[in-house]
Design a protein around this ligand. Structure first.
Ligand SMILES: [Zn+2]
Length: 326
């Protein structure tokens, strides 16, 4: 029988820091780093969270996965994590690095002589690359009203086929609806990893700002399922599947924020995140200050509502909802 004490002896556990910058008051800012390494060689998986400072559920999800792996050691391989990639944004509950107002997730692969964000990105990217990783799972959050889903980058072309194929395969094992990004993602963490032939995907764990315990639970189950798929742990006895609409299961949807509003005004949403919507269906109405209807937003394609805006204000051309379309 194994005791709790010798369980961790089958694997090496390390919690430490990487230095990112020194403040004007000479305070040292650091990046928390977590590692569990099995004595048996195997896949190398990275979990990363809070690249956007207001997206906090991933931090706790990573902590919970590490608690599980400390109780039930890895069969092989290594699990590494940067649970809090943007501590400066986190402390001010803001998406960007507050000091320089930059989006860390548009600053990759980074530059050690570049801006604040590019320097932090360089430390993150080069540390990950050195470990020759099998997979990187980047945990994000979306609008306050949103469902969890897995987001994969657009196809980077045949030169990165191997990394992209594994990305799609793992996305299919995540248990969430799989949505493919369609917008330009230059400089994003996951796309830069794929461009460096490192399989990487994003898991959007519902709402930002506050840790949602239900989404933590889904995230932990999804990640353990993926580690089981890679044979790093015994496969969980129950397969995790997020209670997605039947029509969306097993399909890769395309991300879109169309239709957008054509007018300024007050948005009244007619559908909820997770709803199936049909082409031509009214999904939101825009009213002026006197309650006169300005626009009715009609669905362009059949799909699933992923989320809607945190605010009820509409501007011409501004996205108000996100969809995964078939
Ligand atoms: Zn994000």
């Amino acid at each position: 029988m194994k005791t709790a004490k010798n369980k961790d002896q089958l694997q090496k556990v390390r919690y430490s820091f990487l230095k990112i910058l020194t403040g004007s008051d000479l305070s040292r800012r650091r990046l928390p780093f977590m590692a569990i390494e099995s004595s048996n060689p195997g896949p190398v998986v990275w979990l990363t969270g809070c690249i956007h400072g207001d997206e906090v559920t991933g931090i706790v999800t990573i902590q919970e996965v590490f608690k599980v792996i400390r109780r039930q050691p890895l069969l092989c391989g290594s699990l590494y994590a940067f649970p809090l990639m943007n501590p400066i944004g986190f402390e001010t509950a803001s998406r960007n690095i507050t000091l320089s107002k930059e989006d860390l997730n548009r600053s990759f692969p980074g530059d050690k002589n570049g801006s604040v964000a590019e320097r932090i990105a360089d430390i993150i990217f080069s540390t990950i690359k050195e470990t020759n990783p099998t997979l990187v799972l980047d945990l994000h959050n979306d609008w306050m009203k949103s469902i969890p889903y897995t987001l994969v980058d657009p196809n980077p072309g045949s030169t990165h086929k191997k990394a992209y194929d594994l990305t799609l395969k793992v996305a299919g094992e995540s248990g969430f609806i799989v949505v493919q990004e369609t917008e330009d993602v230059k400089g994003s963490f996951s796309y830069s990893l794929i461009e460096n032939d490192i399989p990487a995907l994003t898991i959007e764990l519902g709402e930002s700002y506050v840790v949602n315990e239900k989404n933590v639970e889904y995230g932990v189950k999804s990640i353990l399922g993926i580690l089981g798929y890679l044979n790093m742990i015994t496969k969980p006895t129950e397969d995790f599947t997020y209670q997605a609409p039947e029509a969306a299961k097993g399909k890769t949807l395309k991300f879109t924020s169309l239709p957008v509003s054509s007018a300024s005004g007050i948005i009244r949403f007619l559908t909820h995140p997770g709803d199936i919507v049909k082409t031509g269906q009214s999904v939101a109405k825009i009213y002026n200050a006197f309650g006169k209807l300005q626009d009715t937003l009609l669905c362009k394609q059949d799909g699933v509502v992923l989320g809607h805006s945190d605010f009820s204000v509409a501007f011409p051309g501004a996205p108000v909802m996100a969809f995964g379309v078939f």
